[in-house]
Design a protein. Structure first.
Length: 309
């Protein structure tokens, strides 16, 4: 994912109320750069794998044949192996194991097929060969899976909206983080060469830049991947409660995000008191009694890691 060449002269000056440290200045510059590229449509966003894109477009045609989807998946050997492995997993397997993409697609059905395609594409973004962020990237993916699972449960309980859309919105709600993170790593060499000797961002400051810039990047990525508008809007607005549409997918993701943090599935710091308040409000909103809630969250980490394989 090669971004346009770094041009500090084209950036707006970073605002400051007074003298700032070299690290703060670097953080301000990086944040300005991300926002500048996004507003000028110069931010290079990762494409969904071609086979997944073609297959998703096929599923939008009510007359498409499952054999077409299977043939498209088979053009990508890795994708084909993944869907067969998924269908033969303990959660979905029957006595007869599947041995072809067509058998897998037939067993999954359209809804689960769409979820698989988006999930397999997004998971690639939450991986890094750089040891500095590999663990954080895995933690982000575990968090996203937890949010997806809980958001689907919340929407299913409300009986308003599509639980599968809630799952995908939860899965993608933080997808801008690895995109911004990868961009910062690419820029590190150029920017560090223009910074005072030895100055660079600490892990905390680096994550702060990601936190402040990831939401619009994730929204733009969901639009590029041609996600339904309900999912795009949920990613864009899940940071705040939508009182006009109390059972929106965005509200479900907001609640699930807080619940996953409370369960210990998150990378980075977060305000504990505010998070607990969101979870309490969400439990009342979706009528989760103590028994049901404990069943969903007591082994959430194990469920997520089992899905990771």
């Amino acid at each position: 994912m090669n971004q346009p060449a770094l041009d500090l002269a084209s950036l707006p000056a970073a605002s400051s109320a007074g003298p700032v440290s070299p690290e703060t200045r670097l953080g301000q510059t990086l944040e300005a750069l991300v926002k500048h590229r996004l507003s000028d449509e110069k931010l290079v966003l990762p494409a969904m794998p071609a086979a997944a894109t073609r297959c998703l477009r096929l599923t939008q045609d009510p007359n498409f044949a499952l054999a077409q989807a299977a043939s498209t998946i088979e053009t990508d050997p890795i994708l084909a192996a993944q869907i067969i492995r998924l269908t033969n997993s303990a959660a979905l397997s029957t006595r007869e194991p599947v041995r072809s993409a067509l058998q897998a697609v037939t067993r999954l059905g359209i809804g689960r097929l769409r979820t698989f395609l988006v999930e397999s594409s997004a998971r690639q973004l939450f991986a890094s060969k750089d040891p500095r962020i590999a663990a954080a990237a895995r933690g982000l993916w575990e968090h996203s899976l937890a949010v997806a699972m809980l958001a689907r449960q919340a929407v299913a309980r409300s009986d308003q909206g599509d639980p599968d859309f809630a799952y995908l919105a939860g899965l993608l709600h933080d997808v801008g983080k690895p995109v911004v993170g990868a961009m910062l790593l690419e820029l590190e060499k150029d920017l560090a060469s223009q910074a005072p000797a030895g100055a660079w961002l600490s892990a905390e400051a680096w994550m702060n830049v990601v936190q402040r810039t990831h939401r619009p990047v994730g929204t733009a990525l969901a639009e590029r991947w041609e996600m339904p508008s309900a999912i795009v809007n949920a990613i864009r607005g899940c940071a705040d409660f939508d009182s006009q549409d109390p059972f929106s997918i965005g509200n479900a993701v907001r609640f699930a995000n807080a619940a996953a943090k409370q369960a210990g599935l998150y990378t980075g710091a977060f305000p504990l008191e505010a998070t607990d308040a969101i979870v309490a409000q969400g439990r009342r909103h979706y009528a989760f009694d103590d028994t049901t809630w404990k069943r969903l969250t007591s082994n959430l980490r194990e469920v997520v890691r089992a899905q990771l394989g």
